[in-house]
Ligand binder design. Structure first.
Ligand SMILES: *Cc1c(COP(=O)(O)O)cnc(C)c1O
Length: 347
């Protein structure tokens, strides 16, 4: 399977923008007057590295993937989602297939790019509707979005099912692993070498604790990554963010991840015992989807008490469901206490 066959013709033919720093190679330079920058040094007067070499090397070490397999998004992994459409999907002609309920950005980015979007509802207990997904494809289907662990349902899908889709859906399959750091299931990163139609998304926004920085990654076959890098804005990650990423990824977030996982397990034990909670779905992520007696009422009650959760009631299969992010131990205790008070009518 050659992924280049799926790339839009105008993108294959694209002559990418060449930055001042691309055209200069090597030499001992002390006067930089090639890019119309300010000469007054202040830490950000020079353009950042458009190829994010140091960041890619760090990501390569962290994720055990070669640099050629890495794309860095300076607007988070959301940037990669948009670029995937722009590289593969012909507006008004091609379409993408996705599970529902899932992450909202896949559809918004399809709409912005004027690309068809076909949603296939998850099965009972949010299992992956493997055959329905394959059946939803036609000759113009270019992409399949699988979010695993899935937002907002919290479950990671079995590896064998994703491998089956990679084999039988002969277009690009994007596995969004924004929450994989919290899951005990194996990442799909290890399948990239054998599957040129696989793209894996990861992010610094969740377990790494850098949502405010906007930094995400796509991993794929080097032939695919080369086109992502051509389509991105030349300087898509600021100098400040590149420097900060190098500093912050030197710190170990494993203890935080361990605590979040333990707290998620605690919430999964405690929530089902509450009177207003009807059902709690298993979670491989840092959030829990809980079906309550009356989502709007419980939501308003929590807001009145200074706690904001996400009401996901309007999503398919999620009637009366609230999505609760796992917070600090004190925050989680507070949520449990509030929900206990709700059931006993103390408020
Ligand atoms: C939070 C989230 C992301 C991360 O987006 P960034 O742009 O990297 O912050 C990606 N996918 C899913 C499913 C998410 O929930």
């Amino acid at each position: 399977m050659n992924p280049l066959k799926l790339i839009r013709k105008n993108i294959l033919a694209l002559e990418p923008y060449s930055t001042a720093r691309d055209e200069f190679t090597g030499g001992d330079i002390s006067v930089w007057v090639d890019a119309n920058e300010s000469p007054y040094e202040n830490g950000v007067n020079r353009y950042p590295d458009p190829h994010q070499h140091l960041v890619k090397e760090r990501v390569s070490e962290l994720y055990g993937m070669p640099v050629e397999n890495i794309f860095i998004g300076g607007a988070g992994s959301d940037e990669a989602i948009d670029i995937i459409y722009r590289v593969f999907c012909e507006p008004r002609i091609d379409n993408a297939i996705a599970i529902t309920p899932s992450y909202g950005v896949y559809k918004v980015a399809a709409d912005i790019n004027d690309v068809g979007f076909r949603e296939v509802q998850l099965g009972a207990d949010f299992h992956l509707p493997v055959l329905d997904l394959l059946n939803a494809a036609d000759a113009h289907s270019k992409l399949l979005w699988i979010c695993s662990p899935n937002n907002p349902t919290g479950n990671a899908f079995p590896r064998e099912q994703i491998l089956f889709l990679l084999k039988h859906f002969e277009r690009m399959v994007v596995v969004d692993e924004a929450y994989a750091d919290f899951s005990d299931k194996e990442s799909m990163l290890s399948a990239i070498a054998d599957h040129p139609n696989l793209i894996v998304l990861r992010t610094f926004s969740k377990a790494w604790g850098m949502a405010g920085m906007r930094a995400g990654m796509a991993f794929a076959d080097p032939r695919v990554i080369r086109y992502f890098d051509r389509v991105k804005y030349p300087y898509n990650m600021s100098r400040l963010v590149q420097e900060e990423l190098l500093k912050r990824t030197a710190c170990d977030v494993a203890p935080q991840i361990t605590e979040i996982k333990a707290q998620a397990a605690m919430m999964l034990r405690r929530l089902p015992a509450l009177e207003c909670v009807r059902k709690v779905y298993p979670s491989d992520a840092n959030f829990i989807l809980a079906e309550v007696s009356d989502a709007a009422a419980v939501y308003d009650y929590l807001v009145a008490n200074g706690v904001i959760v996400r009401n996901r009631s309007s999503m398919p299969g999620c009637a009366n469901c609230l999505r609760i992010t796992v917070g600090t131990p004190a925050e989680n205790r507070r949520i449990i206490e509030l929900l206990e008070a709700y059931e006993s009518g103390k408020f």
